[in-house]
Write a protein of this length. Structure first.
Lengths: 362, 224
């Protein structure tokens, strides 16, 4: 059996219940996505052992927690005995220690006195110039990068991140996201990443868990889960799919061609070398449908597709159509109910999807 | 300056230093507990610790006298151990002063622990620090300004005590006669010159202590 993270938690507060049963991949970034109050941070704290839920948690084949109903004796590793790394929403560096001492704090206590991976982590997060500074003098983005490095240097089996970008302004966010993307490519441990920002999901997620009112509304590979039309309405307002593409050509007229298994997309010129990978997001509201190609349209990115399913959208008078390209790639289109009737959009119909705009995520 | 003044000054400094050290040792766990507990005893215990803030020193002294005296609980224990009775001894003064100055030490430290919140300890735990390790390596250093304030207040308040000392320690030169009592004696004996030297010295000392305290406050904030 493929190793996985198994988590089963039940937690009841007077005004909130958390009840989850999850099996998560043991590599890549799993984003716990939900609106405020959905319980995503509480769930993360249960993984860390900071909140004590009843249940079971197995990470990398080790039992971190096993407390079942009706049984008095159980296993509950306290936080400091769990080999995890934790990055909080706001700066959490120890203000009485320099950046270097902050990094060493966890290294010493996790048996990493030798500093294995020190140079790699410091360079990965670009914090070498900051090592001898005090946390007070750092910007919010710099502090978060130090906090990530500090967590990595304990050589964790699981990295937990609780909305690490939420307290930063847009500029800082854009500054730190590339580091997180690098992290995603280079880390060989699983990452649980709490977020309520669809952009972070689109850029970072390999696996996606949608939480609503303390329950798992959906859990699955990120790209496939985003393309579902049956998600609870709370997630539908941002409906859209994410495609993994490769930069294939920079053309003379200022466009870049991106390729993905289902075809190609033209976007304005990207400063990326040929062959580099690029995630892009296609919002459902940016996809329109036609029954046949029109040579007289200004829209460049059109795809032949077959309608898979049609579901009611969150806005009145609209529906969400899931389209399948010949290779299996899924797209979502939000169209009016009137157009659905006019075009006769129904499962099985062959159709042309016109993509009006593509959001590039790197 | 008369030798009795000098011995009173020396005794006072010795008392205040010893009491400050004891208070930091005793006050820290109490402050920690008060800042972290959700027990229903938090209110009552906190109130008991704060009692000396509002009680007349004579009241506190009166009960401590009974407590340490030959018929009091502590008196019986110390007699049974062969230590005699602690009232009218330097040890008795130390014990009384610890009670008297406790709130001045507990409150700044408690404030500092509370201002720090849970987060630094959670971070420490995520970096493999055991709770005890986190207390010494994170909580104490972060609460350092609170400890400095507590030490200054505890020391200064013990220097300034009068009523409790009179009740419990009396006025034995070289043994229990502290500065404030010495000044009282000079005034009783109409020796205003000697009284002035000690009194003015106290004014200057107290001013410098408060200056140090308020200077810190302006610099870094009260409880941080």
């Amino acid at each position: 059996m493929e190793p996985v993270i198994e988590a089963n938690f039940q937690l009841a507060y007077p005004d909130f219940r958390l009840q989850v049963d999850l099996r998560l991949p043991d590599k890549g970034v799993t984003v716990l996505f939900g609106h405020s109050g959905s319980g995503k941070t509480t769930l993360l704290r249960c993984f860390a052992g900071l909140n004590r839920a009843r249940g079971r948690l197995v990470v990398a084949g080790e039992i971190w927690q096993k407390e079942e109903q009706g049984k008095i004796r159980g296993i509950f590793l306290p936080t400091h005995k769990r080999p995890l790394g934790l990055v909080f929403q706001e700066a959490s560096l120890f203000s009485h220690l320099s950046v270097r001492k902050n990094l060493e704090y966890g290294m010493k206590r996790s048996g990493n006195q030798a500093g294995a991976g020190f140079d790699a982590s410091v360079d990965l997060l670009g914090i070498r110039p900051l090592l001898d500074r005090a946390p007070e003098g750092l910007s919010g983005g710099e502090r978060q990068r130090v906090a990530v490095a500090r967590a990595l240097l304990t050589r964790p089996r699981l990295l937990l991140m609780d909305e690490p970008l939420a307290a930063l302004d847009l500029k800082r966010k854009l500054e730190i996201l590339p580091y997180l993307e690098k992290l995603r490519e280079e880390l060989d441990i699983p990452v649980l990443y709490v977020s309520h920002a669809p952009d972070e999901v689109a850029r970072l997620a390999d696996h996606l868990v949608l939480l609503e009112n303390g329950q798992v509304a959906a859990s699955g590979p990120a790209l496939a889960t985003l393309a579902r039309v049956d998600l609870p309405p709370a997630f539908a307002d941002d409906a859209g799919v994410v495609l993994e593409t490769t930069v294939a050509a920079h053309e003379a007229d200022g466009l870049t061609r991106l390729e993905f298994p289902g075809g190609h997309l033209y976007v304005s010129r990207q400063d990326k070398p040929l062959g580099s990978r690029l995630r892009c997001r296609i919002h459902a509201s940016d996809v329109s449908l036609a029954l046949a190609t029109h040579g007289d349209s200004s829209i460049l990115n059109t795809f032949f597709a077959r309608v898979q399913t049609v579901a009611a959208a969150d806005t009145p008078g609209h529906v969400l159509a899931q389209l399948r390209l010949p290779d299996g790639t899924l797209l979502l289109a939000r169209i009016t109910e009137r157009s659905r009737v006019a075009l006769g959009v129904a499962p099985g119909l062959s159709i042309v999807a016109q993509v009006k705009s593509v959001a590039l995520l790197a | 300056m008369e030798t009795s003044s000098l011995s009173a000054i020396w005794l006072t400094i010795k008392l205040a230093s010893l009491v400050t050290v004891l208070l930091l040792l005793i006050g820290t766990p109490i402050s920690w507990w008060l800042s972290r507990t959700r027990s229903r005893w938090k209110g009552p215990i906190g109130a008991v610790v704060a009692l000396p803030l509002v009680l007349p020193p004579t009241v506190l002294g009166f009960y401590l006298l009974l407590f340490m005296g030959p018929h009091g609980l502590m008196g019986k224990i110390t007699q049974a151990l062969g230590w005699g009775v602690l009232s009218f001894s330097f040890t008795g003064l130390v014990i009384a002063s610890v009670f008297y100055s406790l709130p001045f030490v507990v409150q700044p430290i408690q404030n500092a622990f509370e201002a720090m919140g849970e987060r630094p300890l959670e971070v420490a735990a995520s970096l493999r620090a055991s709770p005890l390790d986190a207390f010494f390596s994170v909580a104490l250093p972060l609460a350092r300004p609170g400890f400095v304030t507590a030490a200054i207040l505890g020391f200064a308040h013990t220097i300034g005590e009068f009523g409790v000392v009179l009740m419990i320690g009396g006025n034995i030169p070289g043994k229990t006669q502290v500065l404030s009592v010495r000044i009282y004696d000079y005034v009783e004996a109409m020796e205003y010159g000697e009284a002035h030297i000690l009194a003015a010295g106290m004014v200057i000392f107290s001013f410098l202590v408060l200056l140090a305290l308020y200077g810190r406050r302006g610099h870094k904030g009260w409880s941080r």
